[in-house]
Design a protein around this ligand. Structure first.
Ligand SMILES: [Zn+2]
Length: 267
């Protein structure tokens, strides 16, 4: 393991239940972590892949203080991976017609509420992209998970969306990607009663240079997302008439089961 593959994360003060981690400006690539509880403990864990972190020996440290103890974690963790196709959360369940009808119906009934929550986190998300994601969920039988919780769905769909291009506050192009921590390998893990709430992260990247999608080299910062579990009880949000119409036309076609839309996960 070289120093170049080590990474360091600094943690900004907590605001509103979320935590932002910024790249050390001197590292350029990769973001890291200052210890699971903010302390520079010798053995803490990466917040994203949950892998063990180890302190970089003082003589090699430079800008980097911690790295994954395991090379496998280093290779697959979104904070350090050199792959632009990191392991995705899986969605695969036996189709259950009854549950599908009930749970998909409940989602569709409040789709614009879900959309508003997604749009707050990813403002460039269009209704058309939402429709692709619903089509993908249809094919993967997301609606057939018995433990499915409706208030998790905006976040689950954002994770399934993969990279989302977005214009930053200064007019610059950034790429967003959402991921749960590694305790969620399959979406069903989210609905296992384990007593702990998996964290959701928003990753923000610079545009990729040598790859079709960003890798950890382009990671600017990542933030834990505070999840709203009460949005379904709120008022019906205002949505552009054209968007509502497009969504209704999509609904009139019914659930897709034949083929997955190929661009569900691309910007
Ligand atoms: Zn990690």
């Amino acid at each position: 393991m070289t120093q170049a593959s080590a990474h360091r994360v600094s943690r900004a003060p907590q605001t509103g239940g979320s935590t932002t981690y910024r790249n050390s400006p001197s590292t350029g690539a990769g973001a890291a972590y200052d210890g699971a509880d903010g302390g520079a403990t010798r053995h803490s864990h990466c917040p994203v892949c949950l892998g063990e972190l180890t302190r970089v020996p003082a003589e090699e440290a430079g800008a980097h203080q911690f790295r994954h103890a395991s090379a496998a974690d280093e290779a697959r963790c979104p904070l350090t991976t050199m792959s632009y196709q990191p392991e995705d959360m899986t969605v695969q369940h036996m189709r259950d017609l009854l549950l599908e009808g009930r749970q998909r119906g409940a989602f569709i009934h409040s789709a614009m509420r879900h959309y508003r929550v997604m749009k707050k986190l990813a403002p460039s998300l269009t209704v058309r992209r939402l429709m692709f994601l619903v089509g993908y969920a249809d094919v993967q039988n997301l609606w057939s998970y018995p433990g499915l919780r409706q208030h998790d769905l905006p976040y689950v769909l954002l994770v399934l969306a993969g990279f989302i291009r977005h214009r930053g506050t200064q007019g610059e192009t950034v790429w967003l990607r959402f991921c749960f921590d590694a305790s969620v390998r399959d979406v069903g893990d989210l609905w296992r009663d384990t007593g702990s709430q998996p964290k959701l992260f928003q990753m923000v990247y610079r545009p990729p240079v040598d790859t079709p999608f960003p890798t950890s080299r382009e990671l600017i910062h990542f933030t834990t997302v505070a999840r709203d579990v009460r949005f379904l009880g709120g008022e019906e949000p205002w949505v552009r008439g054209a968007d509502v119409k497009e969504f209704q036309q999509f609904l009139s076609r019914g659930p897709a089961h034949e083929e997955a839309p190929s661009d569900a996960g691309t910007p």
